[in-house]
Design a protein around this ligand. Structure first.
Ligand code: ZN
Length: 365
């Protein structure tokens, strides 16, 4: 299983001799992990559904509960690849059963070595890279119609809301642009610390953000060409305490993102307003109260009008609300165009392209 075992023993013998001759102790050299071979062994154990083989790859004094948790989590997902990144951890390619595409995450094997051998102590987050949710907490999986939820959070509570919001989004007035995949995965971390590891960000970075929609690709050299899926990650700090209506509207917004980013990709630089405007426009269709609030806000903020909001306006605590309201109003107008799909896709993908929509007077009068 490990390379260099014989060399380790010889070094130990030399060290012991030195110790005897010199009358002092010299620390023994330890074995070096064979990361590549262990990665393959983990994958083989998972694919054979062989728990004993999996457990045997861990050191005898590794945390038994932790190893059991990893096994329990792995047994619910599909792992297709584990690729050693030559000193940069492992890249794991995986999906949730029923999901299209292959999510990729970098993770760090942690080793326990003695003079003969290196075994796994744990598998942890690769520093500076988003962690897969199954690495950071005990997960379960809950399938509900067109969505699949995974995580340690309140899956039951989110499932029926997510099913209803998915249904609304495909029937919305933007339906020609909405192209959901077979099954959308929504990650529901149990607590802020899990969320922070899944996002590789501090909870503070997402204060006030209910959920994130992104492409589950954390880098590394992918062994195949399968595209990474779009997923939604719920922020437990903000969203778990929200009302049912607020959660529903949040998921209408995020599911619009998911069903458009999956075929249009992330918007081009400067065009974030198109993507946010579409998600917000669909959300406003679901909520007359929010629509009214959005209109009033625009009327009160006429002096901000001009070109579309910049990408950074959406992260600006002062300007964000108006940026969303402006973008929603603009995209609502664009959706009435008989050629809306072509017009909106062009605005989405071409940096610097400007909307041909009514001037600020339309909403300021
Ligand atoms: Zn958004």
């Amino acid at each position: 299983m490990t390379r260099g075992t014989g060399r380790g023993v010889r070094l130990l013998a030399a060290a012991m001799m030195l110790g005897v001759l010199g009358g002092c102790s010299v620390p023994a050299r330890t074995a070096v992990p064979d990361s590549d071979v262990t990665a393959s062994s983990v994958l083989a154990a998972l694919q054979a559904d062989d728990q004993n083989a999996f457990v045997s790859l861990f050191a005898p004094d590794a945390d038994r509960e932790r190893v059991a948790l990893l096994w329990q989590n792995f047994s619910q997902i599909e792992v297709k690849t584990i690729t050693d990144q030559d000193g940069d951890g492992w890249q794991i390619g995986w999906w949730v059963p029923g999901e299209d595409g292959l999510a990729t995450h970098l993770v760090a094997p942690r080793w326990q070595c003695d003079v003969r051998d290196c075994l796994l102590e744990d598998i942890v987050q690769w520093s500076g890279s988003p962690a897969p949710i199954w690495l950071v907490e005990a997960v379960t999986i809950h399938r509900a119609g067109p969505v699949t939820l995974i995580g340690g959070g309140d899956l039951d509570g989110w499932a029926s809301i997510a099913e209803r919001s998915a249904d609304f989004v495909v029937k919305s007035q933007a339906s020609q642009l909405i192209r959901p995949g077979e099954s959308l995965v929504i990650e529901v971390p149990a607590d802020p610390s899990s969320f922070a590891q899944v996002m590789d960000a501090t909870v503070f970075d997402f204060a006030g953000t209910g959920a994130i929609t992104w492409i589950a690709d954390s880098g590394g050299s992918a062994p195949n060409e399968e595209a990474a899926p779009v997923r939604i990650v719920i922020n437990p700090e903000t969203a778990e305490t929200a009302s049912t209506v607020a959660r529903y509207l949040l998921l209408v917004h995020e599911q619009t993102h998911a069903a458009t980013i999956n075929w249009l990709g992330y918007p081009a630089a400067g065009q974030l307003w198109v993507s946010e405007g579409l998600a917000e426009a669909v959300m406003l269709q679901a909520s007359p109260e929010s629509q009214q609030r959005s209109k009033t806000m625009l009327a009160d903020a006429c002096e901000f009008f001009g070109p579309p909001p910049s990408d950074s306006d959406f992260a600006d605590t002062v300007r964000a609300d108006v940026a969303y309201a402006w973008s929603a109003a603009a995209v609502t107008e664009l959706l009435a165009d008989p050629d809306a799909t072509a017009v909106i896709s062009r605005l989405w993908t071409e940096s610097g392209s400007q909307p041909d929509v009514g001037s600020s007077q339309v909403w300021c009068s």
